[in-house]
Each structure stands twice: as C-alpha cells, then as structure tokens.
Design a protein around this ligand. Sequence first.
Ligand code: FMN
Length: 186
Amino acid sequence: MTVTVVGIGGSLRSNSQSERAMRIALAGAADAGAKVVEVAGPDLVLPFYDPSVPGRPDNARRLVEALRVADGVVLVSPGYHGTVSGLIKNALDYVEDLRGDERPYLDGRAVGCVAAAQGWQASVTTLTALRSIVHALRGWPTPLGAALNSREVDFDLEGGCSVPAVADQLRTIGRQVAEFAVSKAG
Ligand SMILES: Cc1cc2nc3c(=O)[nH]c(=O)nc-3n(C[C@H](O)[C@H](O)[C@H](O)COP(=O)(O)O)c2cc1C
C-alpha cells in the first residue's frame, strides 16, 4: 500500500527557505515509498479560520481534504518573532474542521517538524512550538526534528542544500514520517 505524506510549509517570500527545506524532507518521504503532496506558500493564503462560517474557499477545502486523507505530515515554519508564522498557524487552525472525523485532527499520524529562522534561538523555540501544536492535534512528532539557522545554511532552487548534514537530517525526518505511516498501515 502506498502511503501519502502531506507537506505544509513555507512563507510568501519568493525564495522561501522553509519551503525549499520542506521539499527536501518530502523527498526523503518519497524515497521511502510515500506519495507526497505539497501545500506551500501561496496555497496557504486563507481567510482567518472562523469555525462558525459555513463553507470554505477552494484552497481551504483542498488543504483540509489533503490532511483528512494524509497518512503522515511534514510541517515547516519560518520563525517569526520567536514562534510559528501566522500563515502556518492559520493553516493549522483549519485542522479544526477534522474534529468530527473518525480520525479526528491528526490522530495517529506522524508529523515531522522543521523550523527555519535567522538564529538558533528562534529556530529552536519555533520547533518546540510546532511540536506542542502537533501534540494538541493528537499527532506524533517524529523523533527527529530540525531547527535550521538560515545564517548558516542555504537552500537553492534546484533542491540543493549548502550543508549536506542538514539535507540528511531533513530527508531522515521525511523518511521517519513515511516509515511510521507504513508500519501503521501494515
Ligand atoms: C515577520 C518576521 C519575523 C521574524 N522573526 C524572527 C525572529 O524572531 N528570529 C529570527 O531568528 N528570525 C526571524 N525572522 C527571520 C526568518 O525566520 C528567517 O529569515 C526565515 O529563514 C524565513 O523563512 P523563509 O525564507 O521561508 O521566509 C523573521 C522574519 C520575518 C519576516
């Protein structure tokens, strides 16, 4: 059985480092046999989540449906003022639409968490915040997460990373998500 891993991440910047980091993590999941789906940057421009509004815009419906059927998730956020960016947090608020599902929220799913900031302090606090959110959503943060310091690592458009050890770390996170999903499916 092929498992599906959904990546949510990035920013609206044209050379978003967090979006490129997400692609490497997803490549690790693909190498482990997963089908990967990317929901990045502009796809995450959604109205502020309002639980009382009936109906959702198309891109919000696509996001919620992708997470509903996901067997695993990769979350990558830039660190904004020491925590998860508003773009990513608002997208995650839409997981509330899965509360009534047979598998509510991210129940039973492995979630790889990655944070990128211009320093260690914000990258680490953002990674911790992401993992707390995943716990609240009933997901399972992978054993390995990544705090990326954008002053020390660079991701290019071709999928390259200036620090091979960081690329390995990201691919390992993707692989851990896929392997957890496969072991649950088996
Ligand atoms: C609104 C805003 C707030 C930020 N706050 C922090 C911060 O508190 N600490 C930090 O190290 N970097 C901060 N940064 C820098 C970003 O975390 C960093 O450039 C990150 O790599 C951006 O990811 P991106 O390339 O995907 O947009 C901030 C950037 C913006 C735009």
